[in-house]
Design a protein. Structure first.
Length: 130
């Protein structure tokens, strides 16, 4: 049972939010298709633009907006998107004085989700929840 006074019971910190966001984005990139549809490419670019406008940390959102301006989204296929995201993550890490991640190891770190029968793969424009 968790004590209500535990740190985990409070609002997330900027650092926790950042880690969770990068986890989501890298996992999305790992699942991104080798041959994305035009809509998937558009969606990824829109997602990044929306994050740069609506991210709960205004300072972070403004910085991400500038990072995107200098490094436009590259999402022609899974490898390209994963490498682009790794590069962008490293740009942010450098600005925070953190170590950079070797992008040649991005697939080993953020590989495909372990799902049965490829159930985690993105499926074009189809909505699996309908």
């Amino acid at each position: 049972m968790t004590d209500i006074t535990d740190k985990a019971a409070g609002p997330v910190t900027k650092e926790e939010l950042g880690r969770a966001t990068w986890t989501l984005l890298h996992t999305l990139a790992a699942q991104y298709p080798e041959k994305p549809t035009r809509q998937q490419k558009k969606d990824v670019k829109e997602l990044m633009a929306i994050l740069s406008r609506m991210y709960p940390c205004k300072e972070c959102a403004d910085h991400f907006k500038e990072v995107l301006r200098v490094n436009p989204v590259q999402a022609g296929n899974q490898h390209e998107f994963s490498q682009w995201l790794c590069h962008v993550h490293n740009v942010v890490n450098r600005s925070l004085g953190k170590l950079v991640f070797p992008c040649e190891r991005v697939d080993a770190r953020w590989g495909k989700l372990d799902c049965e029968q490829r159930a985690c793969d993105l499926q074009g424009d189809e909505n699996p929840w309908e």
